[in-house]
Design a protein around this ligand. Sequence first.
Ligand code: NAD
Length: 305
Amino acid sequence: MADQLRYDGKVVIVTGAGNGLGRQHALMFGARGAHVVVNDLGGNIHGGGKSSAAADKVVEEIKALGGKAVANYDSVEDGASIVKTAVDAFGTVDIVINNAGILRDTSFHKMTVDDWNLIVRVHLNGSFAVSHAAWPIMRDKGYGRIVMTTSAAGIYGNFGQANYSAAKLALVGLANTLAQEGRSKNVHVNTIAPIAGSRLTETVLPPELIEALKPEYVSPLVGWLCHEDCRETGGLFEVGAGYHAKLRWERTRGHSFKLGRGFGPDEVAKNWSKIVDFKDGEYPTNINESMAPLLTNMNSKSLGG
Ligand code: NAD
């Protein structure tokens, strides 16, 4: 296709690209002219084991499509080595897709410290490590695209996934700040909450749903967010089965107590219906907008209001 969005010469790192969503992202970039680092530790879904086979297979698939790719078998916790693979093979890095992930699902009362730490290490520390190593390169060249992979479990919570939910929502916080720090350098950072049939979800979703939720329905959004024409940054998107939508914070109008007159739990209780009423809600997008009603209330006190 002559007019398709292309990534010719762009160097893309896709972590956890040996299976599922990451594999599909890697194939998409590879088929559209990018030079791809296919990172995958090659372990099982609980974080055990290690093998080069998963990454090697995807490298071969990309080459068969006429693309350029190299494998990297390090854990995402070793982000600097993954970025070094990109620089050694292709000279730079333009795009990072933080996708690698595992599960250690168990209800909170049964969760061990190891269950907690491993999930935080792979999802949060891993996305930090790869992004952190790529960041100075992107800043220096005035171009970069980073995608974080969160989950509905992080945004909404999910029984049995306290570790995973916490690590996944932490990525949204990381992306929110990186989007602000990267904006002036043309480094854009967005987050996707995908849903797709994969080995991570095949144990919890019925087979017909797994079949319908193809990973290739998620990759087009990743492709657009990473294209040089895309201006989006700091966005959070739900995506799967062809559905695409953006999320944002909504806040009630709230209620402000006049300062200087004192208020306690009784006044909070009396005004509860106003505090939680989303009618005419507002949508703060940054810390200044978040602080605005507090400042208004403080000023009304200093003005004797
Ligand atoms: P998957 O198991 O098919 O693929 C994940 C890949 O990551 C595997 O190939 C695995 O070997 C690799 N990996 C695991 N730990 C690694 C590490 N430390 N270093 C490098 N590679 C590592 O799973 P998937 O469903 O494609 O998931 C991809 C991402 O999407 C994950 O972050 C997951 O949490 C997220 N996600 C998936 C869904 C879904 O519906 N599939 C929903 C929400 C979020």
